[in-house]
Design a protein around this ligand. Sequence first.
Ligand code: 13P
Length: 249
Amino acid sequence: MRKKIIAGNWKMNNDIFQTTDLLNGLKEKISSSEHLVIVCPPFTSLVVAQQLLKNSPIKLGAQDVSLFDSGAYTGEISVGMLKAAGCSYVIVGHSERRQYHGETNEIINKKAKKVLDAGLIPIICIGETLDEREKGITDQILTTQTKGVLADFSNAEVEKSIIAYEPVWAIGTGKTATKEQAEESHQLIRKVISQMYSWATAEKVIIQYGGSVKSENAKELLSQPNIDGALVGGACLKADSFAAIITAV
Ligand code: 13P
């Protein structure tokens, strides 16, 4: 039985003061959970979040990482820095990184490897655009992305990794994939992993759904057999709405 993992991607929201308010609110509401709960604040909030989450079951993640370990890479943050700031998880390849920063499956694969090599867990994002869905090439896109982002991973590495299926057309739009659409994509992703590795390995991989998840649709989506959690954007920015998702599933 795979554990459910609910992660909040804060994106570029919340300074250190807002972070303190949100996490204090969240700690009150989530003092224990049968699910694994992760928050991914912006880089500038990680250290304050680490302090605030010391005696809490809520884990800390980052939203991106550099391909490099140190040196002349202005504006970049290394995985070592993230580890020292208390992160156990790192989101890589979010569609906003693909769209605004030109990240490819190859770059995302290298970033995920960096994260794993440092002993952290990558949350690797994939998902088709509206145009790709309308052209009927969703399966093809998801197959290419899955193979690309997991290229050269060992069995152990793929089993440790988290995949987040986020259909781009569902992100921030209020248009959630139906449970059937989401389950179908998750099944496909797991099948591709099984072909690359084995069913035993594919069965162990956590595949989260992301895209307009809220407390009203979380239970239905997460009760699908292949949907093992959620990567939440907008609804994770308030303690009430994020906690409501966690308690709903
Ligand atoms: P929304 O929940 O705001 O649609 O965002 C999803 C997302 O991009 C999480 O990474």
